[in-house]
Design a protein around this ligand. Structure first.
Ligand code: G6Q
Length: 548
């Protein structure tokens, strides 16, 4: 496939030919031709069902896509990941978030050591601590139960825990409240702390490196707030750390006994299964946290063992490649129809865009094809009333994943039936569309004059043939949520393999951080150390003038 004509491989060429043959084919004709299409292109794993039949492919395209996966060595690379090969080669690290949820009882050996021993020890420590906090055994300094749990972290040390705590709110202990401080904007600390009582507040400082400026600054502010109220001696009862960096935790002033470790082989955006999930365990209980792990493990097993053409993450990944690299659709939308899943799109945004937003391949060449798409989304039905206009009638096609629980945690009156009818209608509308003729007939039926019909028919028409996947489950419980998250993790992995990039580093976030460190003293002081471009220099001066 790739630069220096690297995309000139057999499977890639076959897909280019398939694209030429297939690009104009209408999905509605495919459904007409094949009554069994929906059953043929639906996969189930326990209570989770993926209907991918509303996509622009037929059996020949599908075969060519599977050939691409084979040609790119997806199975071998997958096995390399699970067996602790150092596939994050730019950082010389293994990628073992799967070990964090390995429920098989089998060892995972990295550099001659079974990592499961450490993983299980930390899980046990998390169990004890979360139970102790939940049942009031681990109390605050003045002897009160800790009911306000504040996670201080950013990026991968925030988005997973926020998303899961919200998704599983229904499982949350009644008197436990969770808060998340991530942004360096002082507003985040101010708005959180203003309503909290130091005596009942537990801070969890979540930082893999324990060097992240946002997290350390926020943690410092929170520590001062606590010490001002209760004194230095209270810190041990109100601060815990989740990190790989014991030295920095101690240097910051958190008792190492209150530290929950994880390891370099866990990437930030893949870390909610590790100690980073502590707030989840406190909120919903360790048993539910374990069910989350079990759900992810079930998806891991499926990913490892199902043949490529029956493999959910592989199929999602290949369809994404088909659209991204052949149809040139470079956006992707995820819409959960569940209020509790409203943070899932932001979580997936990081997972996907930080993993696959890369331009240099594994051989060190700039790629000559497009890699990770821009991901966006939001909870349905809200987003139907905002950006869905573009999905239906915009000039750029955007493939969509709909996520639907058949049963709501809050079955009130007709609410859920209305919600379900909406999501099912959206998939159908995107696929079927409405021709200009159909629109004209509808207008006529509604009693419009010939002139009105002529004037409106094109505006009222929909091209259709817009792809979507439907991920249907019975209910969003911890197990199913684990399955869904792992499904997307592996989808992203497979796409990274096919694009021949390293999905596990994130060097793209460094440059801005580096420059911010240069600008900070310039904002605080009088001199300008750096030779900035005209725009940046003028903005720095204007900011300083406002702040005088
Ligand atoms: C995720 C990234 C990034 C990271 C944050 C926080 O994969 O590495 O989002 O999680 O920058 O880093 P720390 O946990 O080290 O504070």
């Amino acid at each position: 496939m790739f630069a220096k004509n690297k995309n000139n491989t057999k499977a890639w060429q076959k897909l280019e030919a398939e694209y030429k043959r297939f690009k104009k084919v209408e999905m509605r004709d495919l459904f007409k031709k094949d009554e069994k299409r929906a059953t043929k292109y639906t996969l189930s794993l326990g209570d989770l069902t993926l209907d991918y039949s509303k996509n622009r492919f037929d059996a020949d395209v599908f075969e060519a896509l599977i050939d691409l996966a084979k040609e790119r060595g997806v199975e071998q690379k997958r096995d390399d990941m699970f067996s602790a090969q150092k596939i994050n080669f730019t950082e010389n690290r293994a990628v073992l978030h799967t070990a964090l949820r390995n429920r098989s009882g089998q060892s995972v050996v990295l550099d001659g050591k079974n990592v499961m021993d450490d993983i299980n020890a930390v899980l046990m420590k998390m169990k004890k601590f979360s139970d102790d906090v939940r049942y009031g055994k681990f109390k605050g300094y003045t002897g009160k139960k800790l009911t306000n749990i504040v996670n201080i972290g950013i990026g991968g040390s925030d988005l997973g825990p926020v998303m899961v705590c919200e998704a599983l709110k229904k499982y949350q202990m009644k008197d436990i409240n969770c808060y998340f401080i991530s942004n360096i904007d002082g507003t985040a600390c101010y708005e959180t702390l203003k309503n909290l009582d130091p005596e009942t507040t537990l801070f969890i400082v979540a930082s893999k490196t324990f060097t992240t400026i946002e997290t350390l600054t926020n943690a410092k502010t929170c520590r001062k707030w606590l010490v001002d109220a209760l004194g230095e001696h209270a810190v041990d009862k109100h601060f815990v750390a989740l990190s790989t960096n014991r030295e920095k935790v101690v240097e910051f002033g958190i008792n190492p006994d209150n530290m929950f470790a994880f390891w370099d082989f866990v990437g930030g955006r893949y870390s909610l299964w590790s100690a980073i999930g502590l707030i989840i365990a406190i909120a919903v209980g360790f048993e539910n946290f374990e069910k989350l792990l079990e759900g992810a493990f079930a998806m891991d097993e499926h990913f490892k063992t199902a043949p490529l053409d029956k493999n959910m993450p592989v199929i999602l990944a290949l369809l994404g490649i088909w659209y991204n690299n052949f149809f040139n659709f470079h956006r992707y939308c995820v819409v959960p129809y569940d209020e509790y899943l409203k943070y899932l799109p932001s979580y997936l945004q990081q997972l996907d865009m930080e993993s696959n937003g890369k331009s240099v391949d594994k051989d060190g060449d700039f790629v000559s094809y497009s890699t990770g798409p821009a991901i966006f989304g939001g909870a349905g039905t809200n987003v139907q009333h905002s950006f869905f206009q573009l999905l239906h009638q915009g000039t750029d096609l955007v493939p969509v994943d709909f996520i639907i629980p058949a049963i709501s945690h809050n079955e009130i009156g007709d609410h859920h039936q209305i919600l379900l009818s909406n999501v099912l209608a959206q998939g159908e509308a995107l696929m079927r569309g409405k021709t200009v003729l159909e629109a004209a007939n509808e207008l006529k039926k509604a009693g419009k004059s010939d002139d009105e019909v002529e004037a409106l028919k094109k505006y009222k028409s929909f091209t259709g043939n817009r792809p979507s996947n439907t991920l249907l489950c019975k209910k969003i419980d911890p197990f199913t949520l684990g399955e869904i998250i792992a499904l997307y993790e592996h989808k992203v992995f497979v796409q990274g393999v096919i694009w021949n990039i390293n999905s596990f580093d994130q060097m793209g976030v460094e440059l801005g951080k580096q420059l911010a460190l240069n600008i900070l003293p310039e904002l605080k002081g009088k001199s300008f150390a750096l030779d900035h471009d005209g725009s940046t220099m003028s903005l720095i001066k204007k900011v300083k003038a406002f702040r005088k």
